[in-house]
Write a protein of this length. Structure first.
Length: 311
């Protein structure tokens, strides 16, 4: 005897909701992992990216690291961590839920292993990059504003925010939704191609390492770390200049009338006039140093939690 249509539909909705919940949980744990490992590198990256060319505070990566410790202690490396830590849990939950649910859209036509084609992973990554920009944009904005406060202080300029939560409150209250989504097109410019590259390289690495007749659960720990590290490295190696553009535009004034950069094209032209193509690779070294261990740890945690939750 077959089940009534409404009972079948209710069961399908229940299964979908369970998968969404489990994906969100795995993403949350991944967000915690990447935040604690990667934030110090990110602080150095943003400070090197956004400091003045005419009057630089730091001469390079080592100088930035040493001055940060001297002026602010170890806590300086975690400046603005409140926004990423709170935000990364929600952001990564959104990111992996969006990504894995978009995978489900294609899986109905996939092979028995449940693995997708490179073009399908590419499409899922692009869609994920577009969606998560609405979450990641504000998180990066508040973080960038806080990470560059020390540069203002050392140049004798007044600082605006006490901490990341005060920063979020001031910008939201004073500038509204346009303020918290400052430079959103630049966030898309980075996120759509970078996530396409990120997830495609990661997933194809997993496909290559799956034993014959096995599943992702059969891949050894070293393989999961390798796939995650490769995905993280390519994410930044291929699209790093777009991150410089994004960080620069987000670090600009929240007041539209006082902004130095009027558009992405204007920002690119202005940065190029400062140092040529070198300007688009400031902070590249700490970024790559962060990309491999942070993403390897995050994707390892996500995959292990998914296996534990039997997704």
């Amino acid at each position: 005897m077959s089940n009534p249509p409404d009972m079948v539909e209710a069961k399908s909705l229940s299964t979908t909701f369970t998968k969404i919940t489990k994906n969100a949980i795995s993403g949350t744990f991944g967000g915690i992992a990447i935040c604690f490992i990667g934030h110090p590198f990110d602080t150095l990256k943003v400070r090197l990216q956004t400091q003045s060319v005419a009057n630089p505070i730091y001469s390079g990566l080592r100088d930035c690291f040493m001055k940060t410790l001297r002026w602010e202690g170890i806590g300086g490396l975690y400046k603005g961590v409140g926004s990423p830590l709170a935000g990364q849990m929600f952001f990564r939950a959104t990111m992996f839920t969006t990504y894995f649910q978009s995978n489900e859209f294609f899986k109905r036509n996939s092979d028995k292993s449940g693995r997708l084609s490179p073009s399908q992973y590419l499409t899922c990554g692009m869609f994920t990059g577009f969606v998560i920009s609405f979450v990641e944009g504000p998180i990066d904005l508040f973080k960038s504003k806080m990470q560059t406060e020390i540069i203002k202080a050392k140049q004798g300029l007044p600082t605006n925010y006490r901490n990341v939560f005060h920063c979020a409150n001031v910008i939201t209250r004073k500038y509204g939704i346009r303020g918290i989504y400052q430079a959103l097109p630049a966030v898309w410019l980075r996120n759509i191609p970078s996530n396409a590259c990120y997830f495609t390289s990661y997933e194809m690495s997993l496909t290559y390492m799956i034993p014959k007749g096995g599943t992702v659960a059969d891949i050894p720990t070293s393989g999961l770390f390798l796939a995650g590290g490769l995905g993280g490295f390519l994410y930044w190696f291929i699209t790093y200049p777009t991150d410089v553009i994004k960080s620069t535009m987000q670090s600009d004034s929240s007041d539209v009338t006082k902004r130095q950069y009027q558009s992405i094209v204007h920002c690119v032209r202005t940065l190029y006039k400062e140092e040529g193509w070198k300007r688009f690779y400031r902070g590249f070294t700490p970024c790559l140093m962060r990309s491999i261990p942070a993403n390897a740890a995050m994707l390892f945690v996500v995959q292990k939690v998914r296996i534990f939750l039997n997704i």
